[in-house]
Design a protein around this ligand. Sequence first.
Ligand code: HEC
Ligand code: HEC
Ligand code: HEC
Ligand code: HEC
Length: 190
Amino acid sequence: MLVGVSQVVAGEVYEGAEKCKTCHSAAAKGEPYKVWAKQKHRQAYASLASDEAKKIGKEKGIDDPQKSEKCLKCHETAFGVPAAEKGKKFDETLGVQCETCHGAGGKHVAARLKEEDEEEGEPKLKDISAKGEITHLPGPDVCEKCHNKESPTYKPFDYVKFVKEIAHIDPRRKHAADWIDKLPEEVKKK
Ligand code: HEC
Ligand code: HEC
Ligand code: HEC
Ligand code: HEC
């Protein structure tokens, strides 16, 4: 269910968005990978090479924002996480990826791969929220780790408005169209 908020799950290893793509790009599932790939989070690392980024960097005495922890900590996934906790194909240049919001996917990927092997035919929609594999609905606490005044380009953060911009809802789940507006106040303000 799309209630609860980020009970962020310790998923062991960060696999990277290309791994998630293998199971999360079908149109029938709301194609989260394709939605993400077209949005700004995907560009977060690349945009540290823009003229604007260089200008911001210069004012702070940073030569190359793509190499500075002062910028990377919010512009890439799993910044500062040891290599042993990242999958072999994990690619930092893909910017703010799935696991920034959903938590490390190692346990989830392993469990889903195993189940696929045991199943015949097209896999059916499963409710895995209760299994504690991965965070289903990342709440404002997750976003505000980066969407805060430490960002040199800070735009006032509004959870409901911003989530709508990045929405990648699974149509099979039949959420009410206005589910986000109906989240309890304590969730929206958390
Ligand atoms: C790891 C840091 C990080 C986290 C966590 C994060 N974001 Fe972002 N977000 C960014 C960065 C960086 C950009 C700008 C990327 C760029 O333009 O290069 C961005 C851009 C956006 C934009 C586009 C804003 C615009 O100016 O067009 C939206 C909408 C957004 N984020 C929503 C969210 C929501 C909702 C959450 C939580 C569910 C979230 N973000 C979590 C770093 C983060
Ligand atoms: C081997 C296939 C597979 C891979 C790889 C995979 N997933 Fe999933 N994922 C599933 C299945 C199956 C579900 C259950 C919903 C459904 O049937 O689509 C699911 C559900 C989810 C959910 C909803 C959780 C809930 O509580 O309902 C999220 C969020 C998610 N995946 C994120 C990811 C992320 C992030 C990655 C990459 C690190 C990833 N998945 C990789 C198969 C996969
Ligand atoms: C605390 C997290 C955080 C840090 C640190 C951070 N950024 Fe960002 N950055 C964001 C977020 C979030 C956005 C999306 C817009 C906003 O709210 O600032 C963003 C957007 C941007 C953009 C795109 C602006 C646009 O119009 O889309 C540029 C360029 C940028 N940042 C450069 C930098 C540089 C250079 C540094 C290092 C000096 C840096 N950022 C450090 C979080 C951060
Ligand atoms: C910036 C944060 C953020 C990023 C990055 C992100 N998600 Fe999500 N994801 C959310 C939020 C918030 C929700 C709940 C609202 C929604 O469905 O859009 C969600 C919901 C989901 C769901 C459940 C959909 C449903 O209707 O129940 C799946 C599956 C999922 N994401 C997979 C992914 C995958 C795969 C990627 C990367 C390709 C990804 N997400 C990237 C924040 C994020």
